[in-house]
Design a protein around this ligand. Structure first.
Ligand SMILES: [Zn+2]
Ligand SMILES: [Zn+2]
Length: 448
């Protein structure tokens, strides 16, 4: 069944903007994302209410615009699936794109099952400074934490116990909440695989439980928290609106009556609160991961949309946002880098080639080191755009150097490869080579 709800907003045209950097909160010129939404329902949980969905999308639009000082994105709901049909269609464990994911799926077998993924897990945790992770550690345990390997040991202990404690929990329909030993249903890994393979939407809203079960990427606030996923921004190469990523947010944490997963401090949420948590706290946060590359942060000031505080419930997070309305200054460089990229692309399209090269080069310098979704991939996009501007100016040797760099930075970018091939025509490789060139990029994802 399909359902069409037009939720678009009209603010696609931007007026004159103050010069960038003039004041820290000045509006930045960016290209607003137009996002296709799918609703995916798990019949064992309360159904997704379309009124709530519409309201949440409105909050996502307005919050995103306000928090980052940019033109908001727009949404259009185009698809509706049952979760079983959705996962049967898209989550295919044997697909080469998904094999690594399923190989690292935690099946509830205890610490020994996590061991083969230890090196990757520690490397993943090293994305955050040790200080930023200490918030997840109880005061009395802190003296024992000197390295990321110590954090890893603590994660194993806590996470295994949290998943063990889920045994026996039921959905509102009376079925088991999660059975990792026998089923990949309600698995983060399965959803990641589905996002990786699908080609039709940018945002998924669902109502079910999702277990944080990717052992190679233990997201700190999930594995030290309730081992559940509230939102995902993950690789989805066929979708361009969010630069090869797609998002998911679930209403489970908002609507569940299980005390183990209480996100509301024991008090049920009003319609408006539910819509704000789904739209502003979860969805707008995931969009910023995908669009600006801002990772989950634990050391930005209060009111930062990208912060998930240790131990904080959704209601805590929402109150903190509402009490601190100003855009986060530490997120600002990410948004400025994106604005330079968007303006560089516009200049290229307007045939203002030297302006384009200048803005794109500035964007490359500004992209922060810790970058969600692959810094190299974003650098490749920028380098390719600069190469195109150089080619248009007739600077062919420079254009070629930049195009080669774009391919080196992201060997799986079809655009970069095609551009380079066209600059230096070679005999076409046989079709089989092209077909077997499947992308097995890093799965790096982020979660709320
Ligand atoms: Zn921030
Ligand atoms: Zn996040």
């Amino acid at each position: 069944m399909r359902s069409f709800l037009a939720l678009g907003i009209a603010s696609l045209v931007l007026g004159a903007r103050p010069a960038q950097g003039a004041t820290p909160n000045a509006q930045l010129e960016t290209t607003p994302a137009q996002l296709v939404v799918a609703l995916v329902e798990d019949p064992d949980f309360p159904p997704l209410d379309e009124k709530l969905v519409q309201r949440a999308l409105k909050y996502a639009e307005s919050q995103f615009g306000e928090r980052f000082g940019v033109a908001p994105p727009s949404f259009e709901v185009q698809y509706r699936y049952s979760v079983s049909r959705f996962l049967d269609t898209y989550a295919i464990p044997s697909d080469p794109k998904c094999k690594n994911l399923y190989a690292a799926r935690y099946r509830g077998g205890g610490a020994a099952e996590l061991l083969p993924h230890k090196a990757k897990a520690i490397a993943f945790l090293e994305r955050w400074p040790l200080d930023a992770l200490l918030g997840f550690v109880a005061e009395n345990e802190r003296p024992g934490i000197k390295t990321h390997a110590d954090i890893y040991e603590l994660y194993v202990k806590r996470y295994v116990a949290t998943v063990e404690a889920m045994k026996g929990l039921k959905t509102p329909a009376g079925t088991a909440l999660v059975e990792p030993g026998t089923s990949a249903e309600r698995s983060f890994v399965a959803w990641m695989c589905a996002l990786q393979r699908q080609q039709d939407f940018d945002v998924i809203l669902t109502n079910g439980f999702i277990l944080a079960d990717l052992s190679s990427e233990p997201h700190p606030h999930a594995v030290f928290g309730k081992a559940k996923i509230g939102g995902i921004a993950a690789s989805s190469p066929a979708r361009r609106a969010l630069g090869g990523q797609a998002l998911l947010a679930t209403t489970f944490g908002i609507d569940t009556k299980l005390p183990e997963f209480d996100e509301l401090g024991g008090k049920p949420a009003t319609f408006e609160e539910r819509a704000k948590i789904l739209g502003a706290y979860l969805l707008a946060h995931e969009i910023a991961h995908a669009l600006y590359g801002i990772p989950d942060v634990f050391d930005h000031p209060p009111g930062c949309l990208m912060t998930s505080r240790p131990g904080a419930t959704y209601r805590d997070g929402l109150s903190e946002l509402e009490a601190n309305k100003a855009p986060c200054p530490k997120c600002r460089p990410y948004v400025e880098a994106r604005s330079l990229q968007d303006r560089g692309r516009q200049a290229l399209e307007a045939k203002q080639y030297s302006t384009a090269v200048r803005q794109l080069t500035e964007a490359m310098k500004m992209i922060p080191k810790q970058f969600h979704g692959g810094r190299k991939r974003r650098m490749s996009e920028l380098t390719l755009l600069a190469a195109q501007a150089m080619e248009a100016q007739g600077k062919l040797p420079q254009a070629k150097r930049y195009a080669q760099l774009a391919v080196e930075l992201d060997p799986f970018s079809p655009e970069a490869k095609e551009f380079l091939d066209n600059l230096s025509p070679r005999p076409k490789p046989p079709l089989t080579t092209l077909v077997s060139r499947t992308a097995s990029t890093a799965t790096a994802s982020v979660t709320r």
